[in-house]
Design a protein around this ligand. Structure first.
Ligand code: GRG
Length: 286
C-alpha cells in the first residue's frame, strides 16, 4: 500500500468513528448537533488523530485502544478552529473553502459549538477508559495532559500571544515559541495520547515529544507558506513566511523534519511510519 493510501485508510477509520461518537443531527437541541457535524465533517485532514493511531501502532497496539482519545483530540482541534474564525479573533468567513461556522449558524451558536466540542473531546477521552486493558491511571494522565496542552501555557497561551502580535521587530525565536504553543502543542498531545495509552515509558515519551515539537513547528511554517502560495486573505499578522521569506521557510521546515526523524532513533525500524508521516508533511498541498 502506498503512503497516501495508508493515510486515506486511517482517515476513513477516523471519520467512521467520529460519525458513530457524535450525537445525530436530529437529536434536540438539533441546531447545535447539526452545527457540530458541519464543522467536524468539513474536510479536515485528520492529521492529529492519525498521529495518535500511528503512535499506538508503533507500540504494536490495536486501533481500538486509542481511537476514542484520538477522535477526542480531533474534536478539540475543530473547536479551536471555530473559535479562531470568530469575528472577535481572526474574523475568517471561510474555513476549508466553506463558510465558517459563525457565517452559517451565527456567532452565538458557533461559540457554543466550540464549547460543546471541547466538552465532547474530554468526554471521549474518559470513554477510552472503557476499553479492555486500559489502566484508569493512563486516562487520568491523559486528561491532565490534555488540560496542559490546550491551556494557557500552550495552545490557549499561544493564541493569546498570536492576537497580541505586533508586526515590527518580531524575532524568529519569539515566533518559534508562539508556534510551538499554538500549533505544536496539540500535535504533541496527539502523539503522547497514543503513547500513554500504549504504556510508553519516560524515555519513549521524551523522544516522541521531541518528534512532536519539531513536526508541529514545521507544520505551522508549512501552513504559512501554503497561505502565501494559495493567495489566502492577508491578515496583516506577522508569519514565518512574510517575515523571513519562503526560502527560509523551506530550509527551516526541512531541517525540523530531519531533526524530528532523528529523535526517533531509539525505535529503529518500528518508527518507519512516523518518519514517513514527517516527510509527507513537507509535501502537503493543503
Ligand atoms: C480555549 C483551549 C482554547 C483554545 C482557543 C482559538 C484558539 C484558542 C486556538 C487556535 C489555535 C489555532 C487556530 C492554531 C492553528 C493551527 C493550524 C495550523 C490549524 C490547521 O490545521 P490543519 O491543517 O487543519 O490540520 P484541517 O483543516 O486539516 O483540520
Amino acid at each position: 500500500m502506498n503512503f497516501e493510501k495508508y493515510l486515506e485508510n486511517k482517515k476513513n477509520i477516523i471519520d467512521k468513528a467520529l460519525d458513530e461518537y457524535l450525537p445525530p443531527e436530529e437529536k434536540p437541541p438539533s441546531i447545535i448537533h447539526k452545527a457540530m457535524r458541519y464543522s467536524v465533517f468539513g474536510g479536515g485532514k485528520r492529521i492529529r488523530p492519525i498521529l495518535a493511531l500511528v503512535t499506538a501502532e508503533l507500540f504494536g497496539k490495536d486501533i481500538e485502544n486509542v481511537i476514542k482519545a484520538a477522535c477526542g483530540v480531533e474534536l478539540i482541534h475543530t473547536f479551536s478552529l471555530i473559535h479562531d474564525d470568530l469575528p472577535c479573533i481572526d474574523n475568517d468567513d471561510f474555513r476549508r473553502g466553506r463558510p465558517s461556522s459563525h457565517k452559517v449558524f451565527g456567532e452565538a451558536i458557533a461559540l457554543l459549538v466550540g464549547d460543546a466540542l471541547l466538552v465532547y473531546g474530554f468526554d471521549l477521552m474518559i470513554k477510552n477508559s472503557e476499553v479492555k486493558g486500559i489502566k484508569k491511571q493512563s486516562i487520568l494522565k491523559l486528561l491532565k495532559e490534555t488540560s496542559f496542552y490546550i491551556g494557557t501555557e500552550n495552545m490557549l497561551g499561544g493564541q493569546v500571544e498570536d492576537i497580541s502580535l505586533k508586526n515590527d521587530n518580531i524575532k524568529k525565536e519569539d515566533l518559534n515559541n508562539l508556534y510551538i504553543k499554538k500549533t505544536a502543542a496539540l500535535i504533541c498531545l496527539s502523539i503522547r495520547a497514543g503513547a500513554i495509552l500504549s504504556g510508553a515509558n519516560q524515555r519513549q515519551l521524551k523522544a516522541l515529544t521531541k518528534y512532536g515539537e519539531n513536526i508541529g513547528l514545521a507544520f505551522q511554517i508549512i501552513d504559512d507558506m501554503l497561505d502565501i502560495m494559495q493567495d489566502q486573505r492577508d491578515t496583516g499578522k506577522p508569519t514565518y513566511a512574510n517575515k523571513f521569506g519562503m526560502k527560509e521557510c523551506k530550509s527551516e521546515s526541512e531541517r525540523l523534519i530531519e531533526e524530528a526523524k532523528g529523535s526517533l532513533k531509539i525505535f529503529d525500524q518500528k518508527a518507519k511510519t512516523l518518519k514517513n508521516l514527517a516527510d509527507y508533511l513537507l509535501t502537503r498541498k493543503k
